[in-house]
Write a protein that binds this ligand. Sequence first.
Ligand code: ZN
Length: 228
Amino acid sequence: MRVLLFLAAILGLAALPLQAQAQAGRPGNVNDMILEVMRTDLGKDKEAMAMWLPQEFFVAAGMTQAPGLDSRELEKELAFLKDYAVFMVQAKTKGEDGPVSLSTSQLRALATLVDESGRSVKPLTELPAKVEATLNAVRQGFSAKGREDFRLLVFPGRSQDGGPLMASPTRRGAISLRLAKVDAFPGMALTWKTPLASFVKPVACAKCGEPLQPAWSFCPWCAQPAGK
Ligand SMILES: [Zn+2]
């Protein structure tokens, strides 16, 4: 799968969020996306960072790496990722000799993904070969960038009762990644409120024309309800 070649390079971007800001500002821009998918939780005895990697992010990153590609073709090639919610997580706790990163199996045991209606899912332990191959490419990107402390958590895209996707960067909702407390690690919760601006078309207020964040219900300048 040719797209795997691009994924290692994506992680180069992911490891350098500040440099990536240089090209920020265009809608659908992967640099803006990186800033929006990242959350941190720093505090006493903990240092946690997570990046949500929606399928749309992989597509945008692939297009950045190979602008000549047909985006619909890439979309199709990566469509299987829609069935999963992928997070890159780094969580450190206080160890005897300094900070210690929690392992993948520790994180899998501690993590829960919760949506805005309270539905929750646990990370998968067995992954289909196609998903595993994609993640291996991402992992190679980490180690090439000296980011071996990042772990990948893959959640099922839907809860057992079916229903809508647990997380989509383009619809209105919220997704929280929670890690339970363990030993010296006090636990954490990181939340992404959606839609994320860089994943959807920009909107303007119908009354005053000012640009609106897609997650806003009202125009902050003239109080016009958004989408009216
Ligand atoms: Zn307005």
